[in-house]
Design a protein around this ligand. Structure first.
Ligand SMILES: Nc1ncnc2c1ncn2[C@@H]1O[C@H](COP(=O)(O)OP(=O)(O)OP(=O)(O)O)[C@@H](O)[C@H]1O
Ligand SMILES: [Mg+2]
Length: 269
């Protein structure tokens, strides 16, 4: 464990949802020559083909690219859900590519927050219990978990829904609960794969704003896969994947959705 509870639960409501920067020099995230292929029915697919990527500062960043360009595969590798065939991945100083299964489970639990398009909440548990579950599995103190989940659900604007089960919540509310769950251990890296793919446009806009705010408040790197220029306009920079590699990168400063769309077209066209 690389933190203490006291660091994670500070006295005031502001401090309790914020976190010190990851407290070390060097990039927060670095991929060097990362490759990953799959074989299906005797056919080999090179899903990720030499990704080089370095992000030094916390913040909200987007990954864009056509369907099949390797975005989800890359996120799986970053989360140690899968291992690269070649290359190196470092997250907050940890050599992710070299973790054995047990270390990868620990790493995922404490160092990575994952937000899925389908929310992946457990239907028989309340919002609060869903947020606390990873902490229960990790043997955390129940009092700390109660306090932590309350603070996070309040921050995500769903504090009043804490005792409801997922089927009593809107899609946007469910996704905010899943973000609270992802933030439980204040991870240095939050990965979100098309987090608003199942949401209406008003809920999507709220979520993009929240993810940007959370990244700043928690000094966390939030890396979001998206097909939507309006989502990427909330980010600092866009990494464009093409044929399994980072084909282009651009800053979004001063760009609205139309500006992002046009830069993206320019990169992929
Ligand atoms: N587990 C797997 N087994 C076999 N092939 C896979 C597997 N995962 C991904 N692929 C293949 O790797 C390539 C990249 O897939 P990936 O899911 O990373 O793309 P993506 O950019 O996330 O696409 P989308 O925008 O459609 O979600 C695709 O050709 C896909 O079929
Ligand atoms: Mg995908």
């Amino acid at each position: 464990m690389n933190h203490t509870r006291n660091e994670m639960v500070a006295p005031g409501p502001h401090d309790a949802t914020s976190r010190a920067p990851h407290g070390r020099d060097g990039p927060l995230l670095e991929c060097r020559g990362v490759w990953k292929s799959y074989t299906m029915a005797g056919h080999r697919v090179e899903a990720v083909r030499g990704v080089d990527l370095r992000i030094d500062a916390p913040g909200f960043y987007a990954v864009m690219g056509q369907s099949g360009s390797g975005k989800s595969t890359l996120l799986h590798l970053l989360a140690a859900l899968d291992r690269p065939d070649r290359g190196e991945i470092e997250v907050a100083g940890r050599a992710v590519h070299a973790l054995d299964e047990r270390a990868a489970t620990q790493f995922r639990r404490r160092q990575i927050g994952i937000v899925f398009q389908q929310f992946n909440l457990i239907s028989t548990l309340s919002a609060r219990e869903n947020v606390e579950l990873p902490g229960m599995l990790a043997g955390e103190d129940p009092d700390w978990l109660t306090e932590r989940s309350r603070l996070l659900l309040d921050r995500l604007g769903v504090g009043k829904r804490a005792d409801h089960r997922p089927d009593a919540l809107s899609g946007g509310e469910q996704q905010r609960v899943s973000i609270a769950r992802a933030l439980l251990f204040s991870p240095p890296l939050v990965l979100a794969d098309e987090p608003t793919g199942n949401l209406d446009s008003a809920s999507s806009r709220l979520l993009w704003s929240l993810l940007g705010e959370i990244a700043a408040e928690h000094q966390t790197l939030v890396l979001m896969v998206t097909h939507e220029p309006a989502a990427a306009a909330h980010c600092r920079a866009v990494y464009v994947l093409k044929d399994g590699a980072v084909h282009a990168t651009f800053n979004t400063e001063g760009l609205d959705a139309a500006g992002v769309a046009s830069r993206y077209q320019h990169c992929t066209g």
